[in-house]
Design a protein around this ligand. Structure first.
Ligand SMILES: Cc1ncc(COP(=O)(O)O)c(C=O)c1O
Length: 458
């Protein structure tokens, strides 16, 4: 189609003559002209087949990450020049103390214990409730490996629950069948930053007297019924690793309201010391955060709300655009989710709207257009060989009978998550949502371009 012909199209013929259909109609109705203009590119050859890409080579979709300025650098240097490079007194003037106070306030929790990483936070929380050999902790297959490592490292067994195909979250309806006399806790993961179904999970935990530790490592500022994710269960764990929407390179935190549990948590991070000045009375390690990590966080946290609001706006805009096309849609959210956090934004690919084009080929084609989609899930941990690595450890062989481990292996099935991984899961990283409206439009333009050319890409 020539440029002249495109320009002369009426709205009606534009809709009729293109496979954009509803997309063209609503996007133009809403006066979103850039996408309409991009139609010229839509009709082009896909970049994978030698056409020009939607995004010029080298252009950054969204923002470069991390974001900082001179004031952040000064805060870091101040920590350096203070000559106090390790903090353990738990007093007001310490940088770590201050960030703990601030994060607790921010989250609306009574206590915050800073840790050296999110992995350390998860281990700390499980130590606080004395998870140990013989115990089982229910979690999900769709999570970063550290969620499960933190349980395995306590010589307990993480039990992997399958995902919901529409939300990509833990399928809470499958939890109860895996609870037995050894189950001590549930660790739901707010994977990607969206909320797990906390109403159902809390009800199950109450019924079976289980502790709930929310893995909110990817979910800063997300909310469930207006409460921050991480404050719905008994404890919440966060990661401040470099890619997270609140970051300091490496770092983490446990939050909670129970004074005793949180004292145990603090104690575990600092050689067993009860922070209430009651001496070295708890099991302990050294998972302390450094003042340098605290200094970076103090800088970063100033931008968290503003950045999250921008991500919310861009995500809402992208969802609106996606709502007008078929074939790629946002994952559903549970009604209790009043706000999401951002790490990985999940989407569902439906190949029937792309002439059967497999997801892998779609991802390859859209990458060539300058837009990188992830796989939609973090992992399929139930299939990960690390399970057998732990089961083969001398300690595991001593603690667990062959029958028990075989039973675990038989029940360790998560076909839905495998299907999401293989066929339907797509995702975009949090920094994409720090971009412009045009970035969101480019994403949809590229999807539509591939859709229109899907037979040629087969
Ligand atoms: C869901 C989840 N849990 C735990 C962790 C571990 O956090 P960290 O990398 O800070 O140890 C991460 C980090 O990516 C995560 O995404």
């Amino acid at each position: 189609m020539t440029m002249k012909k495109i320009i002369s199209l009426t709205r009606r013929s534009f809709v009729k003559e293109t496979s954009l259909g509803a997309a063209g109609a609503v996007l133009t109705l809403n006066g979103i002209t850039p996408l309409c203009a991009n139609y010229m590119q839509d009709s082009n050859k896909p970049a994978l087949l030698g056409g020009s890409p939607v995004r010029p080579k080298g252009s950054v979709l969204g923002a470069s990450w991390p974001i900082y300025d001179d004031s952040d650098v000064k805060m870091y240097l101040d920590a350096y020049e203070s000559n106090i490079w390790s903090e353990f007194s738990h007093i007001e003037k310490e940088r770590v103390f201050q960030i703990e106070k601030k994060y607790a306030e921010y989250m609306g929790s009574d206590y915050c214990v800073a840790t050296s990483s999110g992995t350390a936070a998860l281990e700390t929380a499980q130590r606080a409730i004395d998870i140990g050999p013989g115990d089982e902790v229910i979690t999900q297959t769709n999570t970063f490996i550290a969620t499960a490592l933190s349980t395995f490292n306590l010589f307990a067994i993480p039990v992997f629950i399958d995902s919901d195909p529409e939300t990509f979250m833990i399928n809470a309806d499958l939890i109860e069948e895996r609870i037995n006399e050894n189950t001590r806790a549930i660790i739901p993961v707010h994977i990607g930053g969206a909320a797990a179904d906390m109403d159902k999970i809390m009800a199950i935990a109450k019924k079976h007297n289980l502790v709930v530790i929310e893995d909110a490592c990817q979910a800063h500022l997300g909310e469930w019924r207006k409460k921050k994710l991480g404050t719905v269960g008994d404890m919440g764990c966060f990661s401040f690793q470099a890619g997270k929407s609140l970051c300091c390179g490496e770092g983490g935190a446990v939050i909670g309201n129970d004074e005793y549990l949180m004292a145990r948590a603090k104690g575990y991070t600092h050689i067993g010391n009860d922070p209430r000045r009651k001496g070295r009375v708890f099991p302990g390690s050294n998972f302390r955060m450094t003042p340098f990590q605290a200094a970076i966080l103090s800088g970063q946290i100033r931008r968290l709300e503003e950045q999250s609001t921008l991500r919310d706006e861009n995500a809402a805009y992208l969802e609106k655009l996606l709502g007008e096309i078929k074939g790629v849609r946002a994952t559903k959210k549970y009604p209790g989710q009043t706000r999401r956090g951002y790490y990985i934004y999940g989407m569902i690919y439906e190949k029937e709207h792309f002439n059967g084009l497999p997801k892998s080929k779609f991802r390859e084609a859209i990458r060539a257009e300058g837009i990188s989609f992830g796989n939609g899930i973090d992992s399929s941990l139930h299939r990960n060989p690390f399970i057998e690595t732990y089961f083969n450890l001398r300690a595991f062989q001593k603690i667990y009978s062959k029958e028990r481990l075989d039973k675990f292996r038989r029940e360790n099935l998560c076909p839905v998550n495998e299907m999401i991984e293989r066929e339907t899961g797509l995702s975009l990283g949090q920094k994409v949502f720090l971009g412009s409206k045009k970035d969101m439009e480019d994403i949809v333009t590229a999807i539509v371009k591939i859709q229109k050319n899907s037979s040629a890409l087969l």
